[in-house]
Design a protein around this ligand. Structure first.
Ligand SMILES: Cc1ncc(COP(=O)(O)O)c(C=O)c1O
Length: 356
C-alpha cells in the first residue's frame, strides 16, 4: 500500500538515547529540558526570534486569534485544512471567505480589499502546500486597514520567500508538527512572532495563564511533552536530508508530468520551496475520480487535499468561492515521502496518465 505520506521515523535507539535524559530527570512535561532544547534548535534552524513549541497546529491558531484580541470578522481562505476555519469559529469570530488564485491556490490578495468591512480585524491566510501567499500585498492591505495578519504556515516548515524565512511574515505564524508533516514531532506545532510582548502572552496562554502561583491571564493547556520534543530533536538531525529527498522526488514528478494536461505548481524564482506536497490539478472532477479509482485499485492512495472547499461546509454558510470550489473538486496530492522509490513514482505517473 502506498499512502499520500509516510511518517519519517528516526532510528529507534537515537530516539530512546535522547529520551533517556527525561527518564534520568523524571521530568516528562511542563517545559522540560528537551522541549527547551528543541525550541532553541528550531529558532536557530528556522532563523526566527521567538518560537513556542505547543501541542498541535490547531490550538496555536486559536491562541493567535485570542492573543491579538480578534473578536469580529476574519478574512480567510476557503482552500485550507478545516482547522483554519474551525479555529476562527471556535474563537467566536466570523470567517469571511475570499477566493483563491488558480495558480498557487493561496488566497487571492487582489480580492481581499473588497471583503473588508468595519468589523474586519484580521486576515488569516494559509501558505497552501507550503507555498507562500502574496505576503507583500497582504502586508500592504493590512497596514492600510489596520488589520492583524496571521499565517497558517502548517505546511511551510523551512520555506523562504526572497531569502526570508516565511515564518517571519505577519504578526503571527503557526506551524503543525503532526506526523504527516515533513518535520514532525508525532503530534505538535509551534507559534512564532517577532513581537516579544505577544510572545510572552502566548507563553502564558500555553500554560493556563500562570507562572507558579502568579496568575496573569486566562490560558489553556497547549503544552507539549518531552516524548514529542525528543522526536523533534531526533528528526531535526535528518531534516536537511529529508528536504533534499523531497525536492528530488518533487522534481522527478514534475519532469514526468509537465507535458501532460494536468496543472502543476509553478515555483517562482524568489521562493525557496520546501517541496512538501505535489498537487495535481485535473481538467475536471470526472478525470480526477477516474485516476483516483485506478490508483486505489493498485493500493495507491493520493489525498483529495483540500476537499471540500471550506466555504461549503454545512456549519459554515460561507460566501461562494468559485475558484476554490472548482480547484477543490479537481485536485489531489500524490504520494510524496522520504522512502518513496523511483519505481513507485513511475508507477503512479503511468496510472495517472493512462487514466486521462
Ligand atoms: C493548513 C493546516 N492548518 C492547520 C492544521 C492543523 O494542524 P494539527 O493537525 O497539528 O492540529 C493542519 C493539519 O494538517 C493543516 O494542514
Amino acid at each position: 500500500m502506498i499512502n499520500v505520506t509516510k511518517t519519517f521515523l528516526p532510528p529507534f535507539d537515537e530516539y530512546t538515547a535522547i529520551l533517556k535524559k527525561a527518564w534520568d530527570n523524571s521530568w516528562i512535561t511542563n517545559n522540560g529540558d528537551l522541549l527547551r532544547e528543541l525550541e532553541q534548535q528550531l529558532k536557530d534552524y528556522l532563523a526566527v526570534k521567538n518560537l513556542l513549541f505547543c501541542s498541535n497546529g490547531t490550538i496555536v491558531l486559536q491562541m493567535a486569534l485570542k492573543a491579538l484580541n480578534i473578536t469580529g470578522e476574519v478574512i480567510t481562505t476557503p482552500f485550507s485544512y478545516v482547522a483554519t476555519t474551525t479555529a476562527i469559529l471556535w474563537e467566536q469570530c466570523k470567517p469571511v471567505f475570499v477566493d483563491i488564485n488558480d495558480t498557487d491556490f493561496c488566497i487571492d490578495a487582489t480580492k481581499i480589499e473588497a471583503a473588508i468591512t468595519d468589523k474586519t480585524q484580521a486576515i488569516l491566510a494559509t501558505h497552501v502546500y507550503g507555498y507562500p501567499c502574496d505576503v507583500e500585498a497582504i502586508e500592504k492591505i493590512a497596514l492600510k486597514h489596520n488589520l492583524k495578519v496571521i499565517y497558517d504556515a502548517a505546511h511551510a516548515f523551512a520555506t523562504r520567500y526572497k531569502g526570508t524565512p516565511i515564518f517571519n511574515y505577519g504578526h503571527v505564524s503557526t506551524c503543525s508538527f503532526h506526523a504527516t508533516k515533513i518535520f514532525h514531532t508525532g503530534e505538535g506545532g509551534c507559534i512564532i512572532t517577532n513581537d516579544d510582548d505577544l510572545n510572552n502572552q502566548l507563553m502564558l496562554y500555553r500554560q493556563f495563564g500562570h507562572v507558579g502561583d502568579d496568575y496573569y491571564t486566562i490560558g489553556i493547556n497547549a503544552k507539549n511533552s518531552e516524548f514529542h520534543a525528543a522526536m523533534g530533536l531526533c528528526n531535526l538531525k535528518y531534516i536537511d536530508a529529508i528536504l533534499r529527498g523531497q525536492k528530488e522526488k518533487w522534481l522527478r514528478y514534475y519532469g514526468m508530468l509537465k507535458n501532460s494536461n494536468l496543472q502543476l505548481l509553478d515555483i517562482k524564482t524568489d521562493v525557496d520551496y520546501n517541496y512538501a506536497y505535489f498537487p495535481v490539478l485535473f481538467p475536471s472532477e470526472e478525470k480526477l475520480l477516474t485516476a483516483l479509482k485506478a490508483l486505489n485499485e493498485q493500493q495507491i492512495f493520493p489525498r483529495r487535499y483540500f476537499y471540500p472547499s471550506l466555504n461549503t461546509l454545512n456549519y459554515v454558510h460561507g460566501q461562494p468561492c468559485p475558484v476554490s470550489e472548482s480547484v477543490a473538486s479537481r485536485v489531489f496530492c500524490v504520494p510524496l515521502f522520504n522512502d518513496l522509490t523511483v519505481a513507485q513514482q513511475e508507477q503512479i505517473v503511468q496510472i495517472i496518465l493512462k487514466s486521462m
